[in-house]
Write a protein that binds this ligand. Sequence first.
Ligand SMILES: NC(=O)c1ccc[n+]([C@@H]2O[C@H](COP(=O)([O-])OP(=O)(O)OC[C@H]3O[C@@H](n4cnc5c(N)ncnc54)[C@H](O)[C@@H]3O)[C@@H](O)[C@H]2O)c1
Length: 260
Amino acid sequence: MKFSGNTFVVTGGASGLGEATVRKIVEQGGNAVIIDVNTENAKKLSEELGEDRVLAPGRVDVTDEDQVDQALALAVERFGTLGGAIICHGVIGAPTSIPGYGPSNGLTSVQQVKFVNNINFIGVYTVAQKVSEIIIKQETVNDDAERGVIVMVSSSAGLDGVLLAYGVAKAGVAGLILPMARELAPFGIRVMGIAPGGFMTPMAISTAQLGDAFVAPGYSPGFPRRAGDPSEFAFMVSHIVENPMLNGHVVRLDAGVRLH
Ligand SMILES: NC(=O)c1ccc[n+]([C@@H]2O[C@H](COP(=O)([O-])OP(=O)(O)OC[C@H]3O[C@@H](n4cnc5c(N)ncnc54)[C@H](O)[C@@H]3O)[C@@H](O)[C@H]2O)c1
């Protein structure tokens, strides 16, 4: 599979890692469909990169199945077929109005876990499932009889067991990769996960703090001793999309840093 000449759904495509992925897709000659609640950034990006190449279908909340269905229907109407999905949306925590953000206030509340998992886990599967259902019905595209690629974003927090609500959702995403790859193998669809460490995006606390975090307690030293650039994430996505032997596992993209 290649970005070139194909269309990819990018959730969280209005910011950070998703935005870098949209830019990479267009740079390599593909089309992108942005699924995001940040309509302003999505529209700006679409205008900058070309509305014929980047579809920004308005506000699409991944927790609302109807909104996702409508956006995917628009994508198919505009571009004909889909080559896959890069699922990058996410939140780090629930709004402060939802109580019980552990550990300082006791064990993380059920409301926190529900809120974060609804977006970061159920929302991920919602898009992955719906995009896969569309691709299953399409023709194969190469000699391997490949139909598409689904890439989902986990996190080192999920693999290293930190941040209860967020980390559990991200461990859930990591846990989805192999069973989904097995279910989709008969249809020629690969499924891969990426578990980033710290990357310079609006989600990261701040540029300066994220830089410091790499030498602070809680992080093991890695190399290079800096946070990742979103373009380095997009580079990994493009490699996964192109390399047919990558399937069914989660790639750590964290410069060797472990959280503890
Ligand atoms: N930046 C990092 O250091 C880092 C590390 C590990 C994992 N991640 C993961 O990478 C992914 C991208 O994060 P980022 O750093 O680019 O963050 P970001 O905040 O820059 O982008 C996240 C995007 O998701 C969108 N979004 C949030 N809730 C949504 C919803 N309900 N429906 C649709 N869109 C929604 C936001 O509007 C935003 O545009 C996330 O899943 C995040 O958990 C990031």
